[in-house]
Write a protein that binds this ligand. Structure first.
Ligand code: GLN
Length: 483
């Protein structure tokens, strides 16, 4: 059962081959047997899942099921779920049970999807390796000594190891695409505003965007369809028409203009990953696409710009965790100030503290112009690069991440090397564009990702382009041994 795609599962459920309850039991059993090796889940919500499966079975019997009815999925532990703990990978929220559901959670639930549990993640989504989680690192199913990427590493590893059919994630600087690449699955970061941020714990509000992690682009189309749409509870939600993402998956790609930015094939790129990316590009050539050399000249400014903007926004967003209103409170504070200081000091881990310090510094009156204002200006330059590129091309392609999965511990004491893991993904968030990572060929037995970037609200095009590749190659069907 667990090797079937979402579309196949949906057909089996409707055909009565097995029930959602049987399917959910099967996945819960897999989680019980296999997750000890991976640590993908912070919380497994078995009882709730079986209740939801029963309701799905009823809908299936009544004949009013949709494509996601009865399909078992997992949510990154950054999405608020009423009645089930939402930790955000932090000690700060280790005891937090939200009184309401995030819009994404509510919409997927209304579509009939069954939540198996909440997945592990870097603390407050700050990281590229899942090593900053309060709940310990997630292990990559392709090699359990290696990281799955981050911050949606639990979701990516769970999908890759077939512990769920699909999962949600969030991407502030690459956290859906990079772990998707390192785990050999498909992950999409939609256009900023496409997916509601309501109930999605904020890291950097002008960059955060939720999206699906799945085994294929076709599955991604199904999950995304249920996630998107205007939400009046998110002031940056886009009120744009929602296309039928599955309807255009098969469109012909003859004449598609693919831009390969020279800055994405620099000396920092592992040569094996580069070859795997070009193997995918060759498949598009065979389908009649045209490859155009292009340039994104301000790519080098993306990481430094992000590491001013994201910490600045996080220092503001995370000020709400003060020991008074949410989550962790220290024992026996002797004054109000002592309560703030010790609750935050004990509740947050080192990476989160580093970001809060950098952000507070960058926003301080004396340095605001030198750092924050400057970063806003360079952010514009980065967006303009894409605008100019999209005058000449339909999509931009390149690697998702410069290397395959690295060893657990290898980069944890070297923040700058860690930050460079997102060198090809971060600019997309700064510009607010959609991007998808799809598996290419394995490199030394480990997955590598092709990143496809589209113009604003071109999710349907990206899914179409990704799906066509998956029709002519079987890279996305590779399963890690032992799972
Ligand atoms: N790795 C980046 C960071 O640490 C991006 C994280 C994300 O996209 N949430 O901030």
């Amino acid at each position: 059962m667990h090797n079937k795609s979402i579309a196949q599962l949906s057909a089996s459920l409707r055909g009565g081959e097995f029930s959602s309850t049987e399917l959910v039991r099967h996945y819960l059993e897999r989680i019980k047997n296999l997750d000890e090796r991976l640590n993908c889940f912070v919380t497994v919500a078995g009882d709730q899942a079986l209740q939801a499966a029963e309701m799905a079975d009823q809908r299936l019997r009544e004949g009013n099921a949709g494509p996601l009815t009865g399909i078992p999925i997992a949510h990154k532990d950054i999405f608020c779920t009423s009645g089930v703990k939402t930790s955000c990978g932090s000690r700060m929220l280790d005891n937090f049970v939200s009184p309401y559901d995030a819009t994404v959670v509510e919409r997927l639930q209304n579509a009939g999807a069954v939540m198996l549990g909440k997945t592990n993640m870097d603390e407050f989504a700050m990281g590229s390796s899942n090593e900053t989680s309060y709940y310990g690192p997630v292990h990559n199913p392709w090699d359990t000594d290696r990281v799955p990427g981050g911050s949606s590493g639990g979701s990516a590893a769970a999908v890759a190891s077939r512990l769920c059919s699909g999962a949600t994630g969030t991407d502030t600087g690459g956290s859906i695409r990079q772990p998707a690449a390192l785990c050999g699955i498909t992950g999409m970061k939609p256009t900023y505003g496409r997916v509601s941020r309501y109930g999605m714990i904020a890291f950097a509000s002008s960059l955060d965007q939720g999206g699906p992690l799945t085994r294929s682009a076709e599955d991604a189309a199904h999950l995304l369809q249920a996630m998107v749409g205007f939400d009046h509870r998110d002031s940056t939600s886009a009120d744009e028409p929602v296309p039928d993402y599955s309807a255009t998956l098969d469109e012909d790609l003859r004449g598609l203009r693919i831009g390969l930015p020279k800055e994405y094939f620099d000396e920092g790129l592992d040569s094996g990953v580069g070859d795997a990316v070009m193997a995918a590009v060759d498949e598009y050539r065979k389908m009649g696409a045209e490859v155009v050399d292009t340039t994104l000249p301000n790519t080098g400014l993306a990481v430094p710009t992000y590491y001013v903007v994201a910490p600045a926004e996080c220092s503001s967003n995370l000020s709400r965790f003060d020991g008074a209103r949410f989550g962790y409170r220290c024992d026996d504070p002797d004054s109000l100030e002592d309560m703030y200081v010790r609750s935050r000091g004990e509740g947050f881990g080192p990476e989160v503290k580093r970001r809060i310090l950098i952000g507070t510094y960058a926003l301080s009156a004396g340095y605001y112009d030198a750092y924050y204002l400057k970063a806003q200006q360079t952010r514009h330059l980065i967006s303009d690069d894409f605008k100019q590129a999209f005058d000449k091309v339909d999509v931009i392609m390149g690697p998702t991440s410069p290397t395959t999965a690295f060893a657990i511990g290898e980069r944890s004491n070297d923040p700058v090397t860690m930050y460079l893991s997102d060198i090809y993904t971060i600019a997309v968030n700064l510009a607010g564009l959609p991007g998808i990572s799809v598996p290419t060929d394995l490199v030394g037995g480990k997955p590598a990702g092709l990143q496809i970037i589209g113009n604003y609200f071109q999710e349907a095009k990206l899914l179409n382009v990704a799906h066509r590749l998956q029709q002519v190659t079987d890279w996305h069907l590779a399963v890690p041994e032992g799972f």
